[in-house]
Design a binder for this molecule. Structure first.
Ligand code: FES
Ligand code: FES
Length: 154
């Protein structure tokens, strides 16, 4: 099937099998490997991207369902080489260890702060509950989200 998706602001055409996953499209055809293949069954959040601005699990979305829509991945977050405030905060707060989960966390955090610019700790934990991290224990991640929220409000 022929489809067209705007990926990180650039229109791209693809010829895909009907069962091709969006996750495999961005990783295998565009080499945007920042979006991680974790569980492949919608459980870990490592594959989170934005579809028309909403955080979605790319392992649970068919590429054909993204036809005519906008997909943003972690590679599109830094503007002209400048880190996004969310990325800066994750680094400053030590919210990254192995980094495997980080792209998914950052994409989910950006969606959260767009919907709710000043979330409570409880709201952060609830929104991020679909993203798993095996390394950090989550405390520094919560701190990073709170720090990013402050930065984005100033
Ligand atoms: S790889 Fe998609 S949720 Fe785990
Ligand atoms: S930093 Fe290693 S899984 Fe989160």
């Amino acid at each position: 099937m022929k489809i067209e998706i705007t990926v990180n602001g650039r229109k791209r055409q693809f010829d895909v099998e009907p069962n091709k996953l969006l996750l495999n499209l961005v990783r295998d055809e565009l080499y945007l490997t920042g979006t991680k293949y974790g569980c492949g069954i919608g459980e870990c959040g490592a594959c989170t991207v934005h579809l028309d601005g909403e955080a979605v699990l790319a392992c649970m979305v068919l590429a054909v369902d993204a036809d005519g829509r906008q997909v943003d991945t972690i590679e599109g977050v830094a503007a002209d080489g400048d880190l996004d405030p969310v990325q800066e905060s994750y680094i400053e707060e030590g919210a990254i260890q192995c980094g495997f989960c980080t792209p998914g966390f950052i994409m989910t955090t950006k969606a959260l702060l767009r919907e709710n610019p000043s979330p409570t700790e409880g709201e952060i934990r609830e929104y991020l509950k679909g993203n798993y991290c095996r390394c950090t224990g989550y405390v520094n991640i919560i701190n990073a989200v709170q720090s990013a929220a402050k930065k984005l409000q100033t």
